[in-house]
Design a binder for this molecule. Structure first.
Ligand code: HEM
Length: 413
């Protein structure tokens, strides 16, 4: 039996606001790797009494790669919402591919991945390298105005992911802060600092869908060299319908912004608390660094699936309809797979972490873009601000599923 306090819930937003529960994950991996956590999701009018917490690397992979046993459609990828969400709001989320199963998911994924080919991502590299440099130059100017001190998150970490998504989907410069605002409202609904309720989140989502649909209509009329133009060129077989496109942009805004931002913030924090790794990075710029940053940060702590039939997992019987939480954070620190998992080592190789998912059909579509962004931003920081130091503890996001940092004060020299 695991030794966990009564009522312990891995998706409690108050818990994640203070820390990632690594000791509790270790306890479960050792004693009850598939453990029933008796906590409701908070969806009103919907029967649910808890979820299975899956904590070993091998089991997280197994669930991810067996969509016929573990569905993404019955519920949603997010395990726990706050109390005000309704069944209808949950149903709308099924229009997002993250919450679809094959064959529907396969059809949408085949279309949208055209925008993420290695060639498509390479074509963004030059513009993003310039962006990364100008973001870090601007942070340097900010530091000079404030005795060398500035907030790393707002000045650096949020900027490149936002510009990358905007570049990818061809959002004009003057509209880019709107995308930032909408994606914050949608993903950070558990944090009172943003004072955001589910309703505001849902409103923001609708505004973004209609913005994206207008963009799609404009590109159809007058095609440009972005993925919007490609994905909606001729509506019909093999292309996205305008509303499908709208929901895809929602997913990109949340999946591409919140995740990469937190990988960059945690990465900087890790470098500044492991100065020898920062020295190593500045000297060698190892190609393995970005993957270790994502393993270390694991911005998405967990997603969920729902069992489609009675089955077994890690020696535990699972009933049809049971919810299953797959904890990437725990898998990424599983000593069965990672030597000294709590060591930040930017030369770690191989590094089969599950920060981008467990390798199934939903495996992160934006992985190569995220890795490119992480490399570009740390290269620019190493060139322009090589002498950063921490000037305070990170301020953590209150969330049921994101390992987020809202603020990180740093100083020069
Ligand atoms: C899916 C993590 C960056 C787009 C996912 C999943 C995870 C993840 C855990 C779910 C995988 C699964 O269920 O098996 C991350 C992390 C990132 C990142 C940690 C940054 C460090 C991005 C970026 C984009 C993106 C930059 C796009 C611009 C997506 C999309 C999906 C996805 C579209 C859904 C794929 C599907 O359902 O088929 N990501 N992601 N992600 N990600 Fe990422």
């Amino acid at each position: 039996c695991p030794h966990l306090p009564d009522g312990f819930d891995f998706t409690d937003p108050d818990l994640l606001q203070s820390r990632v529960p690594h000791p509790e994950f270790a306890e479960l991996r050792g004693t009850a790797p598939v453990w029933w956590c008796a906590q409701p999701t908070g969806i009103s009018g919907f029967q649910d009494d808890g979820y299975w917490a899956v904590t070993r690397h091998a089991d997280v992979k197994y669930v991810s790669t067996h969509p016929e046993l573990f569905s993404s459609t019955t519920n949603t990828a997010v395990i726990r919402f706050n109390e005000s969400i309704s069944r209808e709001q949950i149903d709308v989320q099924k229009l997002i591919m993250l919450n679809m199963d094959p064959p529907e998911h396969t059809r949408v994924r085949q279309i949208v991945q055209r925008g993420f080919t290695p060639r498509a991502i390479r074509s963004l590299e030059g513009a993003l390298r310039d962006r990364a440099r100008s973001i870090v130059d601007a942070a340097l100017a900010e530091a000079d105005k404030n005795n060398g001190t500035f907030d790393f998150v707002t000045n650096i970490a949020v900027e490149l992911p936002l510009q990358a998504i905007a570049e990818l989907i061809g959002v004009p410069q003057e509209d880019r802060t709107k995308i930032f605002d909408w994606s914050n409202k949608m993903a950070a609904y558990d944090d009172p600092e943003y004072a955001i309720t589910e309703e505001i989140g849902a409103e923001a989502a609708m505004e973004l869908v209609s913005y994206a649909m207008n963009l799609a209509a404009a590109r159809k009329e007058c095609p440009a060299k972005d993925i919007v133009s490609q994905l909606v060129a001729a509506e019909g077989e093999g292309n996205l319908l305008s509303d499908e496109f709208g929901f895809f942009v929602i997913l990109l805004a949340v999946a591409g912004n919140e995740t990469t931002r937190n990988a960059i913030s945690h990465g900087m924090h890790a470098f500044l608390t492991h100065p020898e790794q920062w020295e190593l990075y500045k000297r060698d710029r190892p190609a393995t660094a970005a993957e270790e940053i994502v393993r270390w940060a694991t911005p998405v702590v967990a997603f969920q699936r729902t069992a489609t039939q009675d089955t077994e997992l890690g020696g535990q019987k699972i009933k049809a309809g049971d919810r299953v939480g797959i904890f990437y954070s725990s898998a990424n620190n599983d000593p069965e797979v990672f030597e000294e998992p709590h060591r930040f080592d930017i030369t770690r190789d191989p590094n089969p972490h599950l920060g981008f998912g467990g390798g199934g059909p939903h495996f992160c579509l934006g992985k190569s873009l995220a890795v490119l962004e992480i490399n570009l931003i740390f290269n620019a920081i190493a060139d322009v601000l090589p002498d950063l130091r921490l000037a305070g503890d990170p301020r953590r996001l209150r969330s049921a599923w994101l390992n987020g940092i809202k603020g990180l004060q740093v100083t020069r020299g």
